[in-house]
Design a protein around this ligand. Structure first.
Ligand code: ZN
Length: 412
């Protein structure tokens, strides 16, 4: 995930938020909006991720209650703000204890991500405010000065030594292109960042850059081959026991491969992106019933979009969408044919039948024809609020709520 600085109503899936979970002696995980995994007990420790700018200090305070060891390494699992922006608290901890500064490790593409964030900081601030349902803008956190770049970067694979103990860094492309999963062979513990998010993996995020559905599945299969006893994820609870970890990793991979393969099959059969979206691909029932694949953050339709985008271009396949008439012109034509009142009446009837997407399309048509139509604004907001109320995906729900809120603000 990539959080705004104020992910206020977040934490839809973590009752442990703000607390440290002891996994076994020497392994712990702080539950933040994004988690921080710790390995300690041999004289020095490492942290996998540093959480967000606001939660990094909480993570440090929590681990300091159980160990005085210096941090040897901080490892970013990827460059998202909820995982890598809490670093200052860890560096200040080293300073205040008189320890040497920990070495920060990351995949080589994390620095490119930070540069991109700084270049597009206005956009980043805007979309993250909406995605995380924050009430206030999140200005400032995507500035160049917010990031602590890694001291050391690697490309495919890297081994570190923590007081003589091997620590493996593996590159993956899943939620991001710059992902690292950490494997500690002697502890049989995988610290995997957002390769596990305790939800349907959120490839195909509506406003973010390309993600990697197939690469994500391959990474989970590679982690499963290590036979971990513990999987410490980027969000949500720790997974314990070899069987539970195998099921989590391999079933999540199977779900991603299922969607990936279904989209590819349809592309190869000559279907256009719009046809594939309208086919409403669903997971097999046994996968859909898995609690760790619940569509509470990402959801299957978003994954479908990710796979389409990875292999196809931007065009939906609709001839009218190649050089589209403006929304205003198209809407005005419909209103001229049907009449405003009939369109709004039909939208209300569809809303009352629970056909919310169709109701929204019609209500939006009138609003596109006349942006000052207060009745249409109110109806649009009402339908969006109903959509938000029944939506399980945190991301989609926040976008519906944010759009409704903007309309309500306009009505004041
Ligand atoms: Zn992330």
């Amino acid at each position: 995930m990539a959080s705004a600085e104020r992910p206020t109503p977040a934490a839809p899936f973590d009752p442990m938020m703000g607390r440290l979970e002891l996994i076994e002696p020497g392994i712990a995980m702080f539950h933040g909006f994004a988690n921080v995994a710790f390995a300690y007990g041999r004289g020095e420790m490492l942290a996998v991720d540093t959480s967000s700018r606001t939660m990094g200090a909480m993570a440090v305070k929590a681990i300091r209650e159980i160990t005085d060891e210096p941090f040897a390494f901080l490892i970013y699992t990827h460059g998202h703000g909820d995982h890598a922006f809490g670093t200052d608290a860890f560096l200040e901890d080293a300073l205040s204890h008189g320890f040497r500064r920990p070495k920060i490790w990351a995949h080589e593409d994390v620095s490119g991500r930070f540069h991109r964030y700084a270049m597009t900081r206005g956009w980043q601030s805007h979309i993250n405010q909406l995605q995380f349902g924050a009430r206030a803008p999140v200005d400032g956190i995507f500035d160049e000065k917010s990031f602590r770049y890694a001291d050391l970067a690697y490309r495919d694979y890297q081994t570190l030594e923590l007081v003589g103990e091997a620590v493996e860094l593996h590159h993956a492309r899943g939620e991001t292109d710059d992902a690292t999963w950490v494997w500690m062979p002697t502890r049989r513990t995988a610290m995997v960042g957002d390769l596990i998010v305790s939800s349907m993996p959120n490839t195909g995020n509506p406003n973010k850059v390309q993600r990697f559905t197939l690469g994500w599945a391959e990474a989970l299969e590679a982690i499963a081959r290590k036979k971990p006893r513990y999987v410490l994820p980027g969000h949500g609870p720790a997974y314990r026991g070899e069987d539970a970890c195998q099921e989590l990793l391999l079933e999540t991979a199977r779900a991603l491969r299922f969607i990936h393969d279904e989209v590819v099959r349809r592309l190869n059969a000559g279907q256009w992106p719009v046809e594939i979206v309208e086919a409403n691909i669903e997971l097999p029932a046994d996968l859909a019933a898995q609690p760790f694949l619940a569509p509470i953050y990402g959801c299957v339709p978003f994954v479908v979009r990710d796979v389409i985008r990875y292999y196809a271009g931007w065009w939906s396949g609709e001839p009218s969408a190649m050089f589209p008439a403006t929304r205003r012109d198209r809407a005005a034509d419909v209103i001229a044919l049907c009449g405003r009142d009939a369109v709004l009446a039909r939208a209300r009837a569809l809303r009352d039948e629970g056909e919310l997407q169709r109701a929204l399309a019609l209500a939006e048509t009138e609003l596109n024809a006349d942006v000052s139509d207060r009745e249409a604004m109110d109806l649009n907001a009402d339908i969006l609020e109903k959509l938000a109320a029944r939506e399980r995906s945190f991301i989609a729900r926040n976008f519906f709520s944010g759009a409704a809120r903007a309309l309500r603000e306009g009505l004041k």
